[in-house]
Write a protein that binds this ligand. Structure first.
Ligand SMILES: [Zn+2]
Length: 87
């Protein structure tokens, strides 16, 4: 059994989605930075992965909260695009 922060998965998905329409740097380093910034603004949602029922219940709860997710991810992309941590 392992603990997974579901919010990480949602941020990953959302980043993938939103970055398709952005012209900023999309290297591993920038994406990690964006992920960290977005995750720091969002509540962690840990689930134990052996419990499929809890997984799907939480999944729909968080998906109803997509406004916060969109805002946090959009802000993270903007922050890193303006000021990447590399040249
Ligand atoms: Zn980069």
């Amino acid at each position: 059994m392992a603990l997974v922060n579901m919010m990480e998965r949602f941020v990953d998905e959302k980043l993938d989605d939103m970055l398709r329409f952005e012209n900023c740097c999309k290297c591993e380093r920038c994406i990690e930075d964006m992920k960290a910034i977005a995750l720091n603004k969002l509540p962690a949602k840990y689930v134990s992965t052996h419990n499929g029922e809890l997984f799907s219940k939480l999944d729909s709860t968080i998906r109803q909260n997509t406004v916060d997710l969109n805002i946090a991810v959009a802000a993270a992309i903007e922050a890193v695009a303006k000021n990447p941590s590399h040249k």
